[in-house]
Ligand binder design. Structure first.
Ligand SMILES: [Zn+2]
Length: 358
């Protein structure tokens, strides 16, 4: 009896195995297009108008796609690529930030849905979507091409959500943590703190400037502020000095990612030294907006003896945006959309601080 049961069981398993393999195969065969190439650049047309050109290459031609906008989302261009898989292309890609901010790719059943965030609401004649045949000479596969034009006459505009009233004429020093030979903390997937802090800081600067704020940055590229051979103190003092060179500066905001040996440590925290109550007010204003915008765990504000805070002549704060050592938060920090969300939250915190200072 036992033997027969055993054989039956093996037979059932085999049949089920074959069945699942069968469905898997048919699913794999049904995905017709897989992305294998991504590139974007900006160019000027004959009228002197700037465009962003995005190319998404794939393994096969004859792509079916739709492009358009959702009436509720004038700052997004949406595309649906039929029977397409994202392949190795990243889920979230940062773009030039002046015309287009980011591109998110999401599988929706068998289709791929692409959302491109634009800085100005799009009219129909402000974008083009078309396909191009494979170009062997240029080593480019069959591609879907998206071109988006800048808004005429307005070079630095804000979206409705980025509009921050009552802060024009203020002066802010933005300090992207680390840089150059100092990578800062490195996440489990090798995302580097210095890259994330720079991206968020550049976005903070863009939004503030578009709202009429004067911004000075301690660095705008991947460099050491003092120089590669500097001591820690020289490097940090060089950052403080940026504010000292600009006596009109109102506040100093340093942007970092947190890290800890235990990968489950998480959340957002903001630090101040406490020369005056304005330090903690600035920290709290930013902390509140950060937690509201990201939904990350609220570590609150804390006083700390960080060099840049202790030696600042003006109200200063240091934002630990999230834990780069936490795999989940590392992924968030690496996404262009989250970088924008955090940057906007920091700007709103800055606005609230100025408002409460009167
Ligand atoms: Zn740091």
């Amino acid at each position: 009896m036992k033997k027969i049961w055993c054989k039956l069981l093996i037979l059932v398993c085999c049949v089920m195995g074959l069945m699942t393999m069968g469905t898997m195969n048919s699913h794999a065969a049904s995905v017709h297009h897989t992305l294998n190439y991504f590139h974007y650049n900006t160019y000027k047309d004959d009228d002197g108008r700037n465009w962003v050109r995005i190319e998404m290459g794939m393994n096969k031609d004859k792509l079916e796609y739709e492009a358009g906008q959702h009436p509720d989302k004038p700052h997004q261009l949406l595309l649906r690529l039929k029977d397409t898989d994202r392949g190795e292309v990243k889920k979230s890609i940062g773009l030039d930030r002046k015309i287009a901010r980011y591109m998110n790719l999401k599988n929706d059943r068998r289709d791929l849905v692409v959302a491109i965030g634009v800085t100005d609401s799009l009219d129909e004649h402000e974008y083009k979507v078309y396909t191009a045949e494979a170009d062997k000479k240029a080593r480019k596969p069959y591609r879907l091409i998206i071109e988006i034009a800048e808004d005429r006459g307005q070079t630095n505009t804000v979206t409705e959500e980025e509009l921050l009233e009552g802060i024009d004429g203020r002066t802010v020093v933005v300090d992207p943590g680390h840089g150059g030979t100092d990578t800062g903390a490195i996440g489990p997937s090798y995302v580097r703190e210095k890259d994330i802090t720079l991206k968020i800081s550049l976005e903070v600067a863009r939004i503030l400037q578009a709202n009429g704020v004067n911004v000075f940055m301690t660095r705008t590229t991947d460099v050491d502020v003092y120089g590669p051979e500097a001591t820690d103190t020289q490097e940090l003092q060089a950052r403080v000095n940026v504010a000292r060179r600009h006596p009109e500066a109102d506040i100093f905001v340093s942007i970092h990612c947190n890290a800890f040996t235990n990968p489950s440590a998480r959340g957002t925290g903001t630090y101040y030294y406490g020369h005056s109550s304005r330090d903690s007010l600035l920290a709290q204003s930013i902390q509140d907006e950060m937690v509201a915008a990201t939904g990350l765990y609220d570590r609150g504000i804390n006083s700390a003896r960080f060099y840049v805070l202790r030696n600042s002549w003006i109200p200063a704060t240091l934002v630990e945006t999230a834990f780069i050592s936490n795999p989940y938060e590392e992924k968030l920090l690496d996404s262009a959309e989250m970088q924008h969300t955090m940057a906007l939250a920091i700007c709103r915190g800055i606005r609230n601080y100025f408002h409460s200072m009167g």
